[in-house]
Design a protein around this ligand. Structure first.
Ligand code: M6R
Length: 606
């Protein structure tokens, strides 16, 4: 959470920082601020509540140039959304921005007698004061002392008032990437801020100090301050991928990008019609040696895991468990050396997922991460990585990342079935042939987006909406409900359709929208009975089935059909349907589709 950028170089820093923040805004957007050295090398600070666009307007009125500064876009953790709580924070000669949480900030406040000095409610300002306390003209020593005393997670970028042209940084858990480019030295919480200037970058190693000057980015070991040389990485997408390219919202663009993302993720991993993960360095032994699979993730990524569990368990005949990462990390999970722990994360920076993976490793389990962002923490720390190739996902609501996470999970399932003797080569080839049919099916649903647009008029005036389904359809419903609630603020919940009559059906009354998903042939009749139950209580039923199903006219108020792909693959076209319903609901309510309230794209705090 929170977007961070630091710069030193020949370009106009204010403009560069603001442009960088606009690219990072999806990480948090309740307030924003920059600090920079002005023409007389004084540190100047501008910060305010609201979006980066508002900050930009304020900054455009500022006179004079600047070539070094830091910028921050905030997702509030400590203290409300106020100008005082916005970053950067200042104390004496220190100006800093922070992403993360300093857990012992109360203790530090007392230890350093800061009670009457603080002007904000943030843990970050406490860190600024602690740093100022230790700053006796040597930034390195002061930062070493701050690190020694701070508990929690952080990425700090710091200006020292008497060191114009220099930006210092340090991180623990919270991400930072940096680069030296023809346009100067840059550091940021993620790549979107660096891409306009370079495709080569490095991930700031934990426990290393970084100094940016106009000519260099240098890293140092924190303990003995010896120079280090982090590994350079290359990013394979360009700025275009992180632009709207004519779409009104990132979310709509990313929904449209799904068929391409699916191809990029699946096709390079097929060899003679069979799944082949050898180029990813994933050995068959990993799949052979495990006696159970445990999937750990958050939010949408966890929902992808729920779908995978439903297809994996009957096919592989081994236990497959899905646990929310923030729960898993504080449990004593029943995992061991024979457990394959699959960790799923778009960003690769979700702090709960990182911690859960650490726990799995401590139990001796093997870890396989499905990650979209190359070089992210989860990708670096997992024993094995299967990258999804969705390109940057900017909208807070995850869409294309979900589809490609599923695609990766289906590939893994097929490979596992093959190496464990649950599939013959012919069966695996057939599985993948049928799997590839989902790409045109997704394209078809995208083309038919107006059908989903038309439906939302029946949803947006209701305070509640329900998603129901059985088996796999229930697993899809979970994601449909999350998508709708996070961007339309309509209270939406998913229920296993057969469970309704055990309580939830009490909530169904006249015109309450129920999105009923019934794509599984073997339980179709049962699902229809449940639809009949909600219809009988006045629900407004939006029914989604495969085409060719005989559905009586009185059962559904709206009937959306998807192409008749095999049952285990219906999630792909269904995902498009549910994403579009959420998108148009948010749009219909006049909300901020890409940056819904209270959320941020990458959740780097607990
Ligand atoms: O980056 P991750 O995949 O680890 O993020 C996990 C969740 O925060 C994320 O999937 C979230 O639920 C979605 N943005 C919701 O659309």
């Amino acid at each position: 959470m929170c977007g961070i950028i630091g710069y030193s170089g020949p370009l106009e820093a204010k403009r560069l920082l603001i442009e960088g923040l606009a690219g990072l805004e999806y990480r948090g957007y309740d307030s924003a601020g920059i600090a920079f050295f002005d023409t007389v090398s004084q540190v100047r600070l501008v910060k305010q509540v609201g979006k980066v666009a508002a900050l930009k307007e304020t900054c455009e009125k500022l006179q004079g140039s600047s070539h070094c500064g830091i910028g921050h876009t905030r997702w509030a953790t400590h203290g409300g959304v106020t100008n005082a709580n916005a970053h950067p924070h200042q104390a004496g000669r220190i100006t800093l921005i922070h992403n993360g949480i300093i857990e012992n900030y109360h203790q530090l406040t007392e230890e350093f007698g800061l009670q009457d000095k603080l002007v904000s409610q943030t843990d970050s300002e406490v860190a600024a004061h602690v740093l100022d306390h230790f700053y006796k003209d040597d930034p390195f020593t002061a930062i070493q002392e701050l690190v020694r005393r701070s508990e929690g997670s952080y990425a700090f970028c710091i200006l020292f008032a008497d060191r114009p042209g220099e930006v210092y940084a340090i991180r623990k858990t919270s991400p930072l990437v940096a680069a030296y480019t023809h346009s100067g030295a840059l550091i940021a919480s993620d790549l979107t801020a660096l891409i306009p200037y370079t495709h080569s970058y490095f991930v700031v190693p934990e426990g290393e100090l970084v100094r940016l000057t106009p000519y260099k980015v240098q890293t140092y070991r924190l303990d003995d301050l010896s120079k280090t040389q982090p590994e350079t990485m290359t990013v394979n997408w360009n700025m275009d991928a992180a632009m709207k390219n004519g779409f009104p919202h990132f979310m709509l663009k990313e929904i449209h990008e799904q068929p391409e993302a699916m191809k990029n993720t699946v096709l390079p991993r097929l060899s003679k019609g069979l799944p082949d993960l050898s180029e990813d360095g994933i050995p068959d032994a990993l799949f052979l040696s495990c006696s159970q699979v445990h999937i750990v993730a958050c939010g949408t990524a966890m929902h992808a895991g729920m779908v995978a569990r439903t297809i994996m368990e009957p096919l592989l005949r081994i236990p497959v468990t899905v646990t929310i990462a923030s729960e898993f990390r504080y449990q004593q999970p029943l995992i061991d050396e024979d457990t394959l722990v699959i960790v799923i994360s778009q960003s690769g920076e979700t702090v709960d997922t990182i911690a859960a993976m650490g726990l799995a490793k401590a139990y001796g389990s093997k870890t396989l991460a499905i990650v979209n962002v190359k070089g992210s923490t989860i990708a670096r720390e997992s024993q094995y990585v299967l990258y999804t190739h969705a390109g940057p996902e900017i909208a807070v609501a995850s869409t294309k990342a979900y589809s490609v996470q599923l695609a990766a999970l289906y590939l893994i399932t097929c490979r596992m079935a093959l190496v464990r003797g649950r599939y013959t080569n012919e069966q695996a080839v057939t599985f993948l042939q049928e799997f590839l049919d989902v790409i045109p099916a997704m394209e078809d649903m995208i083309r038919r987006k107006d059908e989903m647009k038309a439906v939302v008029s029946h949803i947006i005036n209701s305070p509640d909406a329900f998603f129901i389904g059985r088996g796999l359809d229930y697993a899809f419903s979970l994601e449909g409900a999350l998508k709708l609630k996070e961007i339309s603020y309509i209270h939406s919940e998913a229920y296993a359709a057969g469970e309704l009559k055990h309580g939830t059906i009490a909530l169904i009354s006249d015109k309450v929208p129920v999105i009923a998903i019934a794509t599984q042939d073997d339980i179709f009749a049962k699902s229809m009975s449940n639809v009949r139950e909600v219809k009988a209580r006045g629900a407004f039923v939006i029914l989604v089935t495969k085409e060719g199903k005989d559905v009586s006219a009185d059962l559904a108020d709206v009937h959306i059909t998807i192409p008749a792909v095999q049952d285990i693959f219906t999630v792909f076209p269904i995902a498009v349907v549910l994403q579009l319903i959420a998108y148009y609901a948010s749009l219909g309510k006049g909300l901020d589709v890409d940056q819904p309230r209270n959320l941020a794209k990458s959740v780097t705090v607990e």
